[in-house]
Design a binder for this molecule. Structure first.
Ligand SMILES: Nc1ncnc2c1ncn2[C@@H]1O[C@H](COP(=O)(O)OP(=O)(O)O)[C@@H](O)[C@H]1O
Ligand SMILES: [Mg+2]
Length: 322
């Protein structure tokens, strides 16, 4: 059987830009939609390159156990020494902000002060330790799930006892210090092949307390308008930065990802009014804003497609020599 690129995912829509780029360069690939199908190879996995694009928010698309099944499939691939891009360790980080923050801090990267709560009582109690505005978010998140701003404990109390309150799918709610940025922007640093690709600045001034593109009060926005885990909205909210200068932060990120089995990712940070930088989200399943890329020579999905094809060639060459 011919070597192929295998794309592991659970959302057909998000794979479309990658499909286009792979077809464009005549790379042979196959999709494993792990929200829908079982992998039927009972013994050995096929030969090829395996790119894991499993998403933390799969349960919002009806694929509750897709990450768990992906972990099993990745274990099997790794046991059989297959080349996996964004491996089982990367998946563990994708589905746990707690693990992301622990590992970021391991590499000297500052994260916002965060408390992890396993039930409502603990959420209410922990809120007492914040004397400034704070936010809630889900440990297994994506799409801004559960991200809400509270100015004080009273506001939180009424939210937690309301019908709008929703627990994280893994039961863990984060209480996190709110970073008050001025201007209200966040940055997302993209990596492909474990190397810096570009940084995109996102205008978060509208509904900053929520995911900038997934506001819960606009849930009727059609999903086709969403580009990815952080659902970039339409318009000029996204700008790829020219001459991006934060080389020491980028160097730390590169070290952090390569020690955690991550080769493709978008990492988000925010700066407070004093310029202190806080990193708060690691997306191993990253997507790119096509409008922002219109003005850029570097294209995210094209870079991923080329990287996958090079890895496939490398695999084929090694096999020929052996
Ligand atoms: N500590 C924080 N302070 C201020 N805004 C935040 C903070 N954490 C998240 N946000 C805002 O909420 C959005 C979603 O949060 P994030 O942690 O990225 O969750 P998700 O994994 O669901 O994307 C961010 O893009 C940012 O705009
Ligand atoms: Mg995010």
């Amino acid at each position: 059987m011919k070597n192929k690129i295998y794309i592991i995912h659970e959302n057909d829509e998000w794979v479309e830009p990658l499909r286009r780029e792979l077809k464009d360069i005549n790379a042979s690939f196959e999709e494993w939609h792990l929200g829908k199908r079982n992998v039927d190879y009972l013994d050995k996995p096929p030969q090829g390159i395996f790119y894991n694009r499993m998403s933390a928010s799969s349960h919002t698309r009806g694929h509750r156990y897709a990450p768990e099944y992906t972990a099993v499939v990745l274990n099997w691939l790794e046991k059989n020494n297959r080349r996996v891009i964004n491996n089982s360790r990367a998946l563990s980080l994708e589905i746990s902000k707690s693990l992301q923050y622990k590992e970021l801090e391991n590499f000297g990267i500052k994260t916002p002060r965060t408390i992890y709560c396993s039930n409502k009582e603990s959420i209410l109690k922990s809120a007492n330790s914040f004397n400034k505005p704070f936010i809630t978010k889900h440990n297994r998140g994506g799409k801004g799930l559960g991200v809400k701003l509270f100015n004080n404990k009273k506001e939180l109390d009424s939210h937690v006892s309301s019908k709008d309150f929703e627990l994280s799918i893994d039961g863990i709610t984060l209480l996190q210090e709110y970073i008050d940025a001025n201007p209200k922007v966040i940055h997302r640093v993209e990596f492909v092949n474990s190397k810096f690709l570009y940084t995109v600045e996102v205008d978060a001034s509208e509904g900053f307390e929520l995911c900038p593109a997934c506001p819960e009060d606009q849930i009727d926005v059609p999903e086709t308008q969403f580009f990815g885990e952080y659902c970039p909205t339409i318009g000029n909210k996204f700008r790829i930065m020219k001459n991006y200068k934060r080389s020491s932060l980028v160097a730390k990120y590169e070290k952090f990802i390569s020690k955690n089995g991550i080769e493709i990712a978008g990492i988000e940070y925010i700066a407070d009014k004093k310029g202190e930088i806080y990193t708060y989200d690691v997306n191993t399943n990253t997507n790119y804003n096509s409008q922002a890329e219109n003005n850029s020579e570097i294209k995210g999905m094209k870079s991923i497609a080329n990287f996958l094809k090079e890895e496939l060639l490398l695999l084929s060459n090694i096999k020929v020599v052996a």
